[in-house]
Design a protein around this ligand. Structure first.
Ligand code: ADP
Ligand code: MG
Length: 359
């Protein structure tokens, strides 16, 4: 008993006592069985064993501690301490490959205000900070530049451009050009043009980070408070690949307006509820376009909102791919909105399940 108390006292003084406590807690839930050398081993063609030695004196002097647990005959657990999530592999990664085959890839973050859409899509960037917390803008850009080094891609002679705009009150504003109001036109071939959208050529990740920083500052500025403005608008960052001056492929990353906006119509003023209704309409249109894309429908209702109109390319064509990330709060107070977000995301996912079940 005294020995156990001494051990606990020593552990609490340890510089990694937090990790030690987590391991201890984890092990307390395990149904550990004592290993017995006498348990007969079945003969196999190939036999692989793990030998774990006790902590040696040198490790003990270095304050090291045991992170390898063997709960039973057939299992070894290694408790690796991580300071942050390893996002080297990310949800949008498979989509990067598709743009090198000329397709339009689109990634959306949807959810309630404050649930982490911007954190996920943009991350916290600072050009002065050599280690920014990476969001999808950076991860996708890194992948694109990395892929461009391949000899198969170099043959394509692609050039990379960045564009950044927002949709606020159903109007398009250029975030790389002082929020210039841009007109959206559709030509006789149903091609949508965002007239005069600034497209900046980029040759490195640093170039892209600069664009994102400029655009993000512009996005959060406005008559209303910074947070309010950005959560009432959709922010769209695009990585555009061009071949001999012509569009080859596009990757659109979209930080959507909060999906709870306008929900509380009873307390909102007229202007607020009108804008809330527009956001609702655009999110509904987005869902319908993604569903039409999944069903390979010949008709995609992209004209139903400005958001889907400017993203028309994302919903047309066999190779278009989309990825939706639903961000949610864990707390009870947000339960209603969390369910709403998950329901919205599920409406898109359901479709994939249905298609699979059709074989
Ligand atoms: P939204 O864009 O959905 O309104 P934000 O991305 O701005 O929400 O997130 C709100 C706050 O929560 C920010 O301060 C952000 O840094 C923090 N946050 C969001 N998601 C995470 C996360 N996964 N880990 C740590 N902090 C987060
Ligand atoms: Mg945001």
């Amino acid at each position: 008993m005294q020995e156990q108390q001494d051990q606990q006292a020593t552990a609490s003084l340890h510089p990694r006592s937090d990790v030690m406590a987590m391991i201890q807690k984890c092990c307390s839930h395990l149904d550990c069985e004592a290993l017995q050398a006498t348990i007969p081993c079945q003969p196999h063609h190939i036999c692989v064993c793990v030998q774990k030695q006790p902590l040696n004196q040198q490790e003990a002097e270095l304050n090291d501690f045991d992170v390898v647990t063997v709960p039973g005959q057939d299992m070894v657990m290694v408790h690796e301490a991580k300071q942050k999530l390893d996002l080297t592999w990310h949800t949008a990664q498979p989509l990067v490959e598709t743009i090198f085959q000329g397709s339009m890839a689109t990634c959306f973050a949807c959810g309630q205000r404050g649930s982490g859409k911007t954190h996920t899509i943009r991350g916290s960037l600072s050009i002065k900070n050599s280690e920014p917390s990476e969001g999808f803008y950076v991860m996708v850009t890194e992948d694109v530049f990395c892929r461009l080094q391949d000899s198969s891609c170099q043959k394509l002679e692609l050039r990379v451009y960045g564009a950044f705009f927002e949709i606020y009150e159903s109007k398009v504003f250029d975030l790389l050009n002082w929020k210039k109001w841009l007109r959206v036109l559709e030509d006789c071939k149903q091609q949508i043009q965002v007239m005069g959208l600034w497209e900046e050529e980029v040759t490195s990740l640093q170039d892209v980070i600069k664009l994102i920083e400029t655009g993000s500052k512009c996005h959060t500025s406005g008559k209303t408070s910074a947070n309010t403005h950005s959560s009432w608008s959709h922010a769209i960052f695009q990585i555009i690949l061009k071949k001999r001056g012509h569009l080859y492929a596009k990757f659109s990353l979209i930080d959507l307006a909060g999906n709870e906006q306008g929900a509380d119509i009873s307390t909102a003023d007229r202007q607020t509820s009108l804008e809330g209704a527009k956001i609702k309409k655009s999110l509904l249109a987005l869902k319908n376009c993604i569903r039409a894309l999944g069903r390979n429908r010949s008709h995609t209702p992209f004209r139903a909102s400005k958001l889907t109109q400017v993203l028309r390319d994302s919903f047309i064509g066999e190779n278009s791919c989309t990825c939706t990330i639903a961000t949610v709060f864990p707390g009870m107070r947000s339960c209603k909105h969390t369910l709403k977000t998950l329901w919205y995301a599920n409406r898109m996912k359901e479709l994939v399940v249905n298609l699979n079940s059709l074989g």
